[in-house]
Design a protein around this ligand. Sequence first.
Ligand code: ADP
Length: 321
Amino acid sequence: MSTRSSLPVIAVIGSLNADLTSYTSRIPNGGETLHGTSFKTGSGGKGGNQACACAKLSRSSTNLLTGSATVKMVGAVGNDQHGSMLLKDLQATGVNTSGVVVKDDVETGVAIIIVEESSGENRILLNAGANYSISPLQFEELQEPYPDLIILQLEVPVETTVQILRAARKASVPVLLNPAPAVELPEEVYEGLDYLIVNESEVVILCGCSAEEIEDVENLPTVGRQFHEKGVKNVIVTLGGRGVFFSVKGGENGLVEAKKVEVVDTTAAGDTFVGAYALEVVKGEFNAKSAVEMANRAAALTIGKKGAQSSIPWADGLGGS
Ligand code: ADP
């Protein structure tokens, strides 16, 4: 088991991408050229965003040195400007980046993002770059001291994610899996998985159900049960502006409504949700519903601001409920 320091440790193992974001009044059609309204280069990647969310939500903007959790990022970037930006930005939020390898032979991952301003909705094209150089061989055993929670996504090779899950299970380290972007996964992924956080489009791919079925909240307990039968303990389905469904194996389930906020840019809403939820997991005395309520509140704050990591609130920006 972990030789626990005074603060709980969250290890995020996953992707780091430079986000190249174009804002537009509407999405261009195929073959059409359109002027964007603005452009921004920023730090992103689901791994990086979730590490940033854990770090920012656990400490005050005026004091990075102390917070309620230690956050470690494990991943890879290229030896280029985007890689330097990603490392600098994570360090500026208090994330420990000593687990990020800088590679000479591959470029940093890049996400091309188009945000439609009228709806706040985004479309994303990923170029994995260095993220796909993270090999399963690096994770045959987890290194001690073990973290209190590992967070995984699917922007690194699936074989690597599967191997980390095996190693974590062997070391009895809890895992939160956010299977995004979704692909069909081997059944072993779900066996004994502690926390699964999926959005609507991901649940359609993973469950083989239709988008219409997910639209109907009456069907969500069945979705929860389907994952519980595969071995997942806590299932959380984020439903965008509809809120969040949660289901605990052998326990309660329910729907928490989304906060009513103006939608500016939904980028990183899901990642903020994951970060806030993870902090509830490691702080002790875990309550499934309160964790979802807390994460729902934090995610709503993110969509009121443009950008990915820059839109995630600090602990002192969370305010009351
Ligand atoms: P993702 O960003 O992964 O696609 P969702 O769109 O489901 O995930 O959003 C994650 C969470 O962010 C939601 O469960 C909710 O808490 C919050 N959220 C997203 N969209 C809205 C919205 N329009 N209004 C309020 N909260 C929202």
